[in-house]
Design a protein around this ligand. Structure first.
Ligand code: SF4
Length: 329
């Protein structure tokens, strides 16, 4: 599978079948916390990065190989900003015609200032855009956007979309220690959230490997303050701990690469995912993973994460490719 991955566990969306419509790190933001490394270069061109019919064919195949109850949501999410694919409206409508499962779109929300993008999203059941900052300076510091994506455009787009969209709007706020978790920054974000009026505000923490090594999650007291200031709809979303599905691939290495290209995995998560194999087989899978040259290990917070080899983390000397022994079985 090239465009579809999982299902992967998601705290908000249960077992989520992911659809990735764009190549790795095709994005108009370059967030300091991005788990996929830096966006090099920034891209703000909407086009058909992959043929839409090929994407849809894979979605149909993936849905056919899973029993009822194995997938909770079909989610457009992936290795960059999905709305940069110019056929998102068509894809959402066609996926909804294929299945009764609800469809979610995880986006940075930066293109919602465009009327045609807002129109394309109307068929989705839930849209999850991002708002990390309540002023332009902090926005540029955290999200490091393409010059065309101004703070005013981002906020106006979110407010306009809320007025037009009948589905659920869940805004995500990634809190970074010392940046947007101060009292003033939180009140500024709260003010804008009040004008957007989402059904929910999801506070996320940078728990997967951030692009910039200095990015840290907020302290517990800052988190409590964020919950209090961002309003009654705000909740902290911790990463889900369910299992990753490696079916749908001819070999487990391809399956793992497919997942870590979109969701870098902690070493222990990878070990758990390989528990269905014997320790010898699991170690062979990891050896094959390294030999493929398509994976790298990135260390953050004293934890090892497996990520796709092309992902660009600036502290390359701290990213290395060793094969620790796996304890499974
Ligand atoms: S976190 Fe999302 S919006 Fe930010 S750079 Fe990464 S892919 Fe782009």
């Amino acid at each position: 599978m090239k465009y579809v991955f999982g299902p992967v566990p998601s705290r908000r969306l249960g077992q989520s079948l992911g659809i990735d419509t764009i190549p790795l790190k095709t994005c108009n933001w370059n967030c300091v916390y991005c788990q996929l490394g830096r966006s090099v270069p920034l891209t703000n061109t909407r086009r058909e990065y992959f043929p839409r019919k090929d994407i849809l064919t894979e979605v149909g195949e993936a849905l056919a190989t899973h029993m009822s109850g194995e997938i909770d949501w079909v989610t457009f999410v992936g290795s960059g900003e999905p709305l940069l694919h110019s056929s998102m409206g068509w894809l959402i409508r066609e996926v909804k015609a294929l299945t009764n499962l609800p469809v979610a779109v995880i986006t940075n929300g930066s293109l919602l200032y465009l009327p045609e993008v807002r129109q394309e999203l109307l068929a989705a059941d839930v849209v999850l855009p991002t708002l990390d900052a309540g002023n332009p300076t902090l926005y540029r510091k955290i999200n490091r956007p393409h010059p065309d994506i101004t703070f005013e455009r981002l906020v106006d787009g979110l407010i306009d979309f809320r007025k037009e969209y009948q589905g659920k709007l869940w805004v995500e706020v990634m809190l970074v220690d010392g940046l947007n978790d101060t009292t003033q920054a939180l009140w500024e974000s709260a003010k804008i959230l009040q004008s957007i009026k989402p059904e929910a505000v999801h506070i996320n923490l940078p728990t997967r490997p951030p692009a910039e090594e200095w990015v840290k999650p907020p302290h517990p007291e800052s988190l409590m303050q964020a919950m209090a200031i961002l309003g009654y709809t705000a909740e902290v979303v911790h990463p889900a701990e369910g299992s990753f599905d490696l079916s749908g691939y001819d070999n487990p290495v391809d399956a793992i690469i497919s997942i870590i290209t979109r969701h870098p995995m902690r070493q222990d998560q990878l070990e758990r995912t390989l528990e269905c194999w014997s320790p010898k087989q699991a170690n062979q899978v990891l050896a094959d993973l390294e030999a493929s040259g398509k994976a790298q290990i990135v260390e953050r917070y004293g934890v090892r994460f497996w990520s796709a080899a092309p992902a660009h983390y600036p502290d390359k000397d701290q990213s290395h490719r060793t094969i620790p022994n796996v304890k499974t079985g």
